[in-house]
Write a protein of this length. Structure first.
Length: 187
């Protein structure tokens, strides 16, 4: 099995949330810490990409690699490319798992399943509903580097539908991400 790097995307602009949702208190700690703390307990090779110093400092103090990406204000592709440019300097082959920081209910069992995928592309799903996290083999780095503005890795996955393995999560809640303040109240 190839080495796996987990990219934790924590740079969102929270336009719909009307405030910085990643730093917003959720169940007694900032939202971004929920999945990140679980990852840090179990895995190595975690790379956090953010435009927020508080998040980067927290990640660094706990052993993750932190990448500042001020350009992420222009869209998701900038955070992805910041991580991929860093990874592109490392020995290949390897796998990349992209996670978003506003998905507090993702289980580490799901991350394990992604890591052990026998495919070069994978995405989490609940029945027919696809979501994050996603997995890419390092051979897809050139395509990830072509993403523009607010495009994410889903564009690459959609380009290769026959090559994608869909990892079924046990509960739809794992795919749930927080976009609006009202989403916090539904928990």
């Amino acid at each position: 099995m190839n080495k796996t790097y987990i990219i934790y995307l924590a740079s969102g602009n929270s336009r719909r949330f009307k405030g910085n949702k990643l730093l917003f208190p959720f169940q007694n700690k900032p939202l971004y810490q929920h999945a990140l703390d679980s990852l840090l307990k179990k895995y190595k090779d975690i790379i956090v990409v953010s435009q927020y110093d508080e998040i980067l400092q927290y990640a660094s103090q706990r052993g993750a690699t932190s990448i500042l990406c001020l350009e992420s204000i222009n869209g998701l592709s900038y955070s992805i490319k910041a991580a991929v440019n860093y990874l592109n300097t490392l020995e290949k082959p390897f796998q990349i798992i992209f996670m978003v920081a506003d998905q507090p209910y993702i289980s580490m069992k799901t991350i394990d399943q992604l890591m052990h995928s026998t495919h070069k592309l994978a995405s989490c799903a609940y029945k027919d509903q696809v979501g994050n996290p996603t997995l890419f083999d390092s051979s897809y780095i050139p395509e990830l580097l072509l993403l523009k503005e607010d495009q994410g890795g889903r564009k690459v996955l959609n380009k290769h539908p026959d090559e994608v393995e869909y990892i079924q999560v046990e509960n739809i809640r794992e795919l749930y991400d927080i976009d609006y303040q009202e989403d916090l109240k539904q928990q």
